[in-house]
Design a protein around this ligand. Sequence first.
Ligand SMILES: Cc1ncc(COP(=O)(O)O)c(C=O)c1O
Length: 342
Amino acid sequence: MVKVIDLRSDTVTKPTAAMRKAMMEAEVGDDVYGEDPTVNRLEQLAADLIGKEAALFVPTGTMGNQLAIMTHCERGVEVICDRKAHIFNYEMAAASVLSGVQLHPVADLHNEKGIGTMCDYIRHPSPYLPKTRLVCLENTLNAGGGTVMRPEQMAVVYRLAHEYGLQVHLDGARIFNAAVALDCEVTDLTCYTDSVMFCLSKGLGAPVGSILAGKKAFIEQARRYRKLLGGGMRQAGVLAAAGILALNNIYSLSADHEKARALAAELSDVPGVKVDPEKVETNMVLLELEELSVTQFLELIGSKGVLAGPLGCNTVRFVTHRDVSMEDIQTAAEVIKSVLQQ
Ligand SMILES: Cc1ncc(COP(=O)(O)O)c(C=O)c1O
């Protein structure tokens, strides 16, 4: 049987034996009453790590982002985000459905070009314009290919936002990938935010869970909204126990980045595709197809056991993670080359 090398996402990792043991042995209580000691421990650890007053354990990154929008905003206001942002493209229009806000996407909000235009997107006071309330950043930028926003870029956005009375939320699903790639403390990035969501269930390897962090009063309100959305979990310590162990995996993310660089290097001069190794900053590789369609290509590599995901009409995304080895990456590169040579 062909071994499957799953490079669709870093969400596909399986919990380790140590995680399963910790889950089995977790001390639990009813978290809706605030009585689950393992959840409380995870929330405290996460808040300290990310440099915020308080944190909330949520089932998914999507719920964390949407709670942030709901808590920062009232209905009818506007939220500025990047055109490629997850909250704009991949969250089922939840910001408008759940919070009644309008997203106002900006091209290139994550680099100097877009940051320089941000002012044009902030509404001036007027009887017929919506009020701008929030800026959402995403670091790393998933649909950008896992690209990193540097602290000084985040600082410009944060200062500008605050000058205009706006709050800044960070979709930091992969914020530790950014910190590791930049070789900085995660707080060097999160200090330029009012709230942060990060995922335990992506490169860090937990089976479930994300964290929303911010000021104490903000998290208290978000906790109420989590209940409203049906996200009040009971003996959730069985999940939080895996999340606590996942926090130990931050520094091994650099190995995932190395695997992504190796894959990009293997594919950089293969005819029929464009891969730019310079653009590989974290654990993602974007491959642009010149002849084959995305569907054809994914089917062909899939039939040989290599899985990747579509990103746009001629681009495919490979994501490296802790459950693929460097040997798997070499095998995947050989499979991709053989398919392109056919
Ligand atoms: C940047 C980003 N934000 C948020 C999410 C949502 O996370 P979840 O799948 O846990 O809802 C994802 C998921 O891939 C993501 O990549």
